[in-house]
Design a protein around this ligand. Structure first.
Ligand SMILES: [Zn+2]
Length: 409
C-alpha cells in the first residue's frame, strides 16, 4: 500500500504591509472609498490573512467594510454593526478570533471574526493590489479611514499532481465561473497525488473532468441542482467524470448571501467521491439505519483527535434528510458548520482535517495541512449557529439531486 497522507512541513512566511494615508469618509450622500495596498514579489500562496484598521466615524452602523483581493474577490468584514457607536479603534479581523463582529458589543476595539470567511483567500496568489473598501450607506455622519494593515501568512504552494478539468458549458456569470475554478484549485491543493489516466470514449482524462453549467430549473428554492460522478474507474472506483448543474436563480441567491464558493466546494467534493462512492468502497456502515457511520481508517483517526480521546472512532454520517443527504454527509448535529455536512451554514464552512482524511480513505493522496481550522462545536455553539432548525436540505437553498454513474471498462 502506498502511503496516502502527506505532512508537509511547509515554511510559513509573514508579510505585513500598512497604508497610512488617511482618506475622508464624507458625511453627505452614501459613498464608497477604497484604500489600496500593493503586494509584489511573493512566490508563495496565501495561507492566512489578518486585516487591521483604524476608522473614525460617528455612526459605525452606517458602514459596510470589505477586503478585496487582487482578483476583486470580496470578503465582508463588518456589515453595519454597532448602531450609533463611534469608531473602529485599531480593530483586527482574523478568522480564528473567538468573538464574531456579529455578536460583538461596541465600542469596537480588539480582534473579531469577520462576517465573511477570510479562508476564501487561502491558496491564492497574494500578488497585486489589495483594497480595503468602506461603504457609508447612510446620509448623515462621516469620518475617516486613518490607516490599515494587511498581514499575510504565505506558504509555498504544494505542487499537486491531481488535475481537475472544469468544462464550463454555459449559463454561468463570470464570477460564478471563477468560483468553479477557485474550488477546483482548492481541492487540487488538498488532493495532491496523481490518479491513473482513464480513456473515456476516446478522450484521455487526467485526472477528472467536470461539466459545469447553470440552467433554468424551478426558480429560487426547490431543486438547487444536480451534482456527482458520471463515470468511475474500475477497481479503485475513483471518479473520472462528473457533472455540476445548478439552478441559475439559486446560484444568484447563494452569491448574494456569500455562500456560492462554499456550495460549489461542497458539491465538487461529491463529484470527487465524498459520499458518492463510500458504499462501493465498503466504507459506510449502517446505511439507512439511525446510526450510519464512515469507517475509513484515516477519518476515524482524525475523528478521535477531534473528540480529544485520540482513539479511532467511526464517524457519524447523516441519518436524516432525503436520498441526496442521508448516508452521504457528515452528521449535522455533530459537525454543524463543517463544509461536508448536509446543510450549508451562514458564515464559515471550514474544510476539516477529517474531510481530507476521508479522501485519503477513498484512495487519494492528500495534504492534511491544507485543512481549515475546525473543532467540534459544543451544544451552545450549535444552538447559536441555528443547527437543528434548518428549513431543508442544503440550508433551505434547495435539494441537490444525486447522479447515476457507470464503471468504465
Ligand atoms: Zn451534499
Amino acid at each position: 500500500m502506498p502511503t496516502t497522507l502527506t505532512h508537509k512541513a511547509a515554511l510559513t512566511n509573514k508579510t505585513t504591509l500598512t497604508n497610512n494615508n488617511s482618506m475622508p469618509i464624507n458625511p453627505g450622500r452614501p459613498n464608497t472609498i477604497q484604500s489600496q495596498i500593493n503586494v509584489s514579489g511573493l512566490s508563495d500562496v496565501v495561507q492566512k490573512i489578518k486585516v487591521t484598521f483604524d476608522i473614525d466615524h460617528t455612526w459605525t452602523g452606517d458602514l459596510r467594510i470589505s477586503l478585496l483581493d487582487p482578483s476583486g474577490s470580496r470578503v465582508v468584514l463588518a456589515n453595519r454593526r454597532g448602531g450609533s457607536s463611534d469608531d473602529f479603534k485599531n480593530v483586527t479581523f482574523a478568522q480564528d478570533a473567538p468573538i464574531s463582529i456579529h455578536n460583538a458589543i461596541p465600542p469596537f476595539t480588539g480582534t473579531y471574526r469577520p462576517e465573511g470567511d477570510l479562508n476564501d483567500f487561502k491558496g491564492r496568489s497574494p500578488n497585486g493590489t489589495w483594497a480595503l473598501e468602506v461603504r457609508d450607506l447612510a446620509f448623515r455622519d462621516g469620518g475617516s479611514l486613518k490607516s490599515w494593515t494587511l498581514e499575510l501568512e504565505t506558504q509555498e504552494a504544494p505542487s499537486s499532481q491531481y488535475n481537475i478539468d472544469i468544462r464550463i458549458l454555459g449559463g454561468l456569470t463570470p464570477s460564478q465561473e471563477d468560483a468553479f475554478v477557485i474550488a477546483a484549485n482548492r481541492w487540487s491543493s488538498i488532493i495532491i497525488g496523481d490518479v491513473p489516466d482513464a480513456n473515456l470514449q476516446g478522450e484521455l482524462i487526467d485526472d477528472i473532468k467536470i461539466d459545469a453549467r447553470g440552467a433554468f430549473i424551478d426558480g429560487v428554492g426547490g431543486i438547487l441542482g444536480q451534482a456527482g460522478p458520471t463515470w468511475i474507474r474500475r477497481g479503485s472506483f475513483l471518479p473520472i467524470a462528473g457533472v455540476m448543474t445548478f439552478d441559475q436563480d439559486d446560484l444568484q441567491k447563494l452569491e448574494d448571501d456569500g455562500l456560492l464558493l462554499s456550495v460549489i466546494l461542497h458539491e465538487m467534493a461529491h463529484v470527487i467521491g465524498f459520499g458518492t462512492i463510500w458504499s462501493d468502497l465498503g466504507l459506510l456502515q449502517g446505511r439507512g439505519s439511525i446510526n450510519p457511520t464512515f469507517t475509513g481508517r484515516n477519518a476515524m483517526q482524525e475523528f478521535g483527535h477531534l473528540l480529544g480521546t485520540g482513539s479511532p472512532t467511526a464517524v457519524p454520517v447523516a441519518n436524516t434528510g432525503g436520498a441526496g443527504t442521508r448516508d452521504s454527509h457528515w452528521r449535522e448535529a455533530v459537525f454543524a458548520n463543517e463544509l461536508m455536512t448536509g446543510f450549508i451554514n451562514q458564515g464559515v464552512n471550514p474544510i476539516s482535517r477529517l474531510t481530507i482524511a476521508s479522501l485519503a480513505d477513498l484512495g487519494y493522496q492528500v495534504n492534511l495541512e491544507a485543512a481549515d481550522e475546525y473543532s467540534l462545536p459544543n451544544a451552545r455553539m450549535m444552538a447559536m449557529m441555528g443547527v437543528g432548525v434548518e428549513s431543508g436540505d442544503h440550508g433551505g437553498y434547495g435539494i441537490i439531486l444525486p447522479t447515476d454513474y457507470r464503471v468504465l471498462d
